[in-house]
Design a protein around this ligand. Structure first.
Ligand code: SAM
Length: 230
């Protein structure tokens, strides 16, 4: 995006701006594309089926989140939507649905989840939209893992224990958080995750949290210990 650049709206965007919000030619809107920060743009053409905006000035620079991925085992639809929305708001750079032994949901609709991530970024005034990846099996994900990326392994078996995130400069660099399904991790999965050199098993307190609660708690813990809240 740059000053004077025109943006052609998709039908759904035009419907929202001109049908729902009732904006017209001359109105100003804030736009972002996840790369160029937030811009003020003016409506120059408006109709229910389409429209054109012209960029005027940048209002916010791109705010990149830390290099943090959230890996989570999909659960019931509405609560999976919640996990994706909260991960987008709380600064995940990438969101990866991971199919584990006890994952008990059908096909993960990536496009729908990506739309939720976009909407969450819009609603919290973000300028960056995390990519929602295609669902991947846990073993396949770990087989191709880049060992440079550390893994915060939220292990429910550590509930009530004292396993904490490491602190200090040595813990900078790319990270990922992994949250299991409602049924938790299979012992074989747990053993593999504990045995990985880049894995950091962590407790989320003395109580067993629901998967969506655990995702928010883990993001809060990581961001306040190692992320951009510290
Ligand atoms: N069915 C499992 C059980 O009863 O032990 C609970 C799984 S929990 C609903 C879903 C996921 O949230 C877990 O796999 C883990 O990743 C995370 N989690 C929940 N409570 C936790 C805790 N106290 N410590 C670490 N991780 C936790």
């Amino acid at each position: 995006m740059g000053p004077g650049q025109s943006l052609t709206l998709e039908k759904a965007q035009a419907h929202y701006l001109f049908g729902v919000m009732r904006l017209a030619v001359g109105a100003a809107v804030l736009v972002f594309n996840g790369r160029d920060g937030e811009w003020r743009a003016d409506v120059v053409e408006a109709s229910k089926r389409g429209g054109v905006l012209v960029c005027a000035e940048q209002t916010k620079p791109l705010q990149m989140p830390p290099d943090l991925w959230l890996l989570f085992a999909p659960i019931k639809k509405a609560r999976t939507d919640f996990i994706v929305e909260k991960a987008a708001e709380m600064g995940a750079a990438r969101i990866v649905p991971v199919v584990t032994a006890f994952t008990n949901v059908g096909r993960v609709q990536r496009d729908r989840l990506q739309a939720h991530a976009l909407e969450a970024a819009e609603q919290c005034g973000g300028t960056y939209v995390p990519e929602v990846a295609e669902a991947v099996k846990l073993d396949r994900l770990l087989d191709g893992w880049d060992a440079e990326r550390k893994l915060m392994f939220c292990d429910e078996a550590l509930a009530g224990g004292s396993a904490q995130l490491p602190v200090g400069d040595a813990q900078t660099g790319p990270w990922a958080i992994i949250i299991g399904p409602e049924g938790g991790f299979l012992d074989k999965e747990r053993a593999r995750l504990h045995g990985l050199p880049y894995s950091h098993p962590v407790t989320l307190g003395p109580r067993i949290l629901r998967a969506d609660t655990a995702a928010v708690a883990a993001m809060t813990l990581w961001q306040s210990t190692l992320g951009d809240w510290a």
